[in-house]
Write a protein that binds this ligand. Sequence first.
Ligand code: HEC
Ligand code: HEC
Length: 346
Amino acid sequence: MRANPPDIGPIARLVNPLIGLCVLVLGLIGLTAWTLAVAPSGELIPSATLQPVIVPSGEWRAPDFSTIPVDLSGDEIRYGRELIAHTSVYLGPHGKVEALSNGMNCQNCHLDAGTRPFGNNFSAVASTYPKFRARSGKVETMEERVNNCFERSLNGKPLPPGGREMKAIVAYMKWIGKEVPAGKTPVGAGITELQYLDNPADPGKGKALYDTKCFTCHGKKGEGELAAGGNEWKYPPLWGAGSYTQGAGLFRLSRFAGYVKGGMPFGATSTKPQLTDEEAWHLAAYVNSMHRPSLDISHDWPDISQKPMDHPFGPFADGFDEKQHKYGPFRPIQDFAGKRSGQKKL
Ligand code: HEC
Ligand code: HEC
């Protein structure tokens, strides 16, 4: 025996389809609003490791790691990436290949193996090298630039230019930058440029910030913490013997402040910063007032008029002293040197 469907009555027979229609219309309105909210400012970009993320339109994204070719050339690129991410395991004090650097990884300062937008990425390396650099006063190859970081940031020795490791690092950088046209620097390359402060950056204010926002990982004395196994850092040191040298890019306040604004405390990104520009400058002043390895940089900047505003060692071609070149305020220095404003970068 089959039960008859209950009679829902004439009014319900009229209203039910109307409810259905309303739900459909509301759904369409919602979808349109969502599209409008996303479309003007960005697009959805799928990535191999992350859920799709909304990015400001035009900002550079690294190629998908899963598209590295499965052949010998791909093996070289993957080895290059491994060397960037775990430099110390191969080339640190107990390195499998050779002991030639201080135990930091390139990735400690070039986030996500140099692929993070505004995380000091390598997007513009293949497209712009070889190029003239005022710091050395000569045209530098990609290999020479890589060795700058080995010697200055990793307080180490240079890699042989024709060796397996250097070739792999260069292959990886070329792969990362393969979609960037020659000569171009894409949006999101390198480090965030911050607003200048009107006053000098203040190490005292920086210490107070450090002691609340940074010490949990980097340690009260900036000493960092080794990862299990002791072959690389879980949290790299920010000053002291194991840290970057006074000749490193991060020793310039603008580079440090821009880097931490885009990536620190760990988990922050350029679209989700956790520090104000002012906080980032004070933190840079504090960390860079602490002791760290020195380096003979007497041959840097053969033309002293080309020194960037925040290069903290004289002599200078302008009338500003070392203290102002270290802590600012930088605007008067930039105004004075207005004509060299394009040369802020290293
Ligand atoms: C202590 C931090 C630090 C470490 C570690 C580090 N770098 Fe760097 N690197 C920097 C900074 C800062 C810059 C300059 C960025 C700027 O001027 O905007 C830079 C720039 C570069 C550039 C030039 C980028 C460009 O677009 O011109 C290359 C190439 C590079 N690093 C490679 C490496 C490699 C390879 C390693 C590991 C051997 C490494 N770096 C380790 C801080 C670091
Ligand atoms: C949750 C842990 C954590 C916190 C908090 C944190 N960091 Fe880091 N920091 C890291 C890690 C991890 C790295 C290395 C990133 C990598 O290798 O991917 C790093 C790298 C760095 C580096 C570059 C490498 C070096 O040692 O020179 C600087 C500079 C830095 N942090 C500054 C800061 C500052 C300033 C703060 C506070 C605003 C901060 N960090 C807070 C985890 C942290």
